[in-house]
Write a protein that binds this ligand. Structure first.
Ligand code: ATP
Ligand code: MG
Length: 282
């Protein structure tokens, strides 16, 4: 493995049904290298294998075939599982299932307490994590009274307090309103940019993937596209064949090109798209 890869999977295969006659692969030969410090988004239709892949990245599931390495540690090695879970934190869809305490700061302290960290250090980490997700002023609040986006940021703080090198988020915004979604996406971009934490973001909202360093598309347990979001989305017909939409900007340029224009499909941001169209008329 290259020393800058925090996660490596080699020909990873997994199926849920042990009856061989019914066996369908949920993961069918996934080979993936994730660079430390990168922001990787994963898109795919229902049942394409995204959650199954996510659960392999911190040894919740173990490979049936192939290998998963986290910071060089083989996830199939039982002795390494706790250390792998410390390095890769998971955030799930429903924040209510992830919050355990009656006060925000106690909730964030829960993970580091389980790691056996001493109280003064826990105090420091909890404050730091809550500040990083913008929830410090809510530290004495009851989690159940927070908005969905706030709850999810507290859940993220609980992971951050364990000082992971990577966070894997499996549809963290699926249950949130647009404001909550924006808060969570901004928070994870900040953590990636300012703290260097590697992010793997699984989502159904393609708009959440446009600012990623890399976009992976899954279909039937395989990786079918992998590149910069602007490159991947420019393959409009292929993306649609996977049952996915492309961003509005790409769609607009695609439709204009059908009418005879020759605009760059890679102009993904609203700004780039507007510039490209403006250039034609000036
Ligand atoms: N616990 C399970 N038992 C049996 N089959 C499962 C289980 N979990 C997932 N599967 C199957 O494995 C395949 C991949 O599922 P997975 O949950 O990884 O997909 P996904 O891309 O996360 O889907 P979604 O977008 O709906 O969350 C699907 O065919 C699914 O039906
Ligand atoms: Mg899923």
């Amino acid at each position: 493995m290259k020393d800058k890869d925090i996660i490596v999977t080699e020909n990873l295969r997994y199926s849920y049904v042990s009856d061989v006659s019914k066996r369908e692969l949920a993961l069918d030969g996934i080979s993936l290298n994730i660079k430390e410090g990168s922001f990787v988004a994963v898109l795919g239709h229902n049942g394409s294998g995204k959650s199954t892949l996510a659960k392999h990245l911190n040894a919740i599931l173990l490979p049936e075939g192939g290998k998963v390495y986290v910071a060089g540690m083989d996830s199939s090695d039982e002795k390494l599982v706790l250390e792998i879970r410390r390095q890769v934190g998971m955030v799930f869809q429903n924040p209510d299932n992830q919050l355990v305490a009656n006060v925000v700061e106690e909730d964030v302290a829960f993970g580091p307490e389980n790691l056996g960290i001493e109280p003064s250090e826990i105090r420091r980490r909890v404050d730091e994590a809550l500040k990083l997700v913008g929830m410090y002023e809510f530290r004495n609040h009851a989690p159940h009274l927070l908005s969905g986006g706030q709850k999810q940021r507290v859940a993220i703080a609980g992971i951050i307090a364990m000082r992971p090198r990577c966070i894997v988020l499996d549809e963290p915004t699926a249950m949130l309103d647009p404001v909550g979604r924006a808060e969570v996406i901004k928070t994870i971009h900040d953590l990636n940019r300012n703290q260097g934490i590697t992010v793997v973001l699984i989502t159904h909202h393609m708009a959440e993937t446009v600012d990623a360093d890399r976009l992976i598309i899954m279909q039937d347990g395989k990786i079918v596209a992998d590149g910069k979001p602007s490159e991947v989305f420019s393959r409009v017909e292929e993306i649609k064949s996977y049952g996915l939409d492309v961003p509005d900007t790409t769609e607009l340029i695609y439709e204009l090109n059908k009418e005879g224009f020759n605009l760059p499909l890679e102009a993904l941001s609203v700004e780039e798209c507007a510039q490209a169209i403006y250039a034609v008329f000036s």
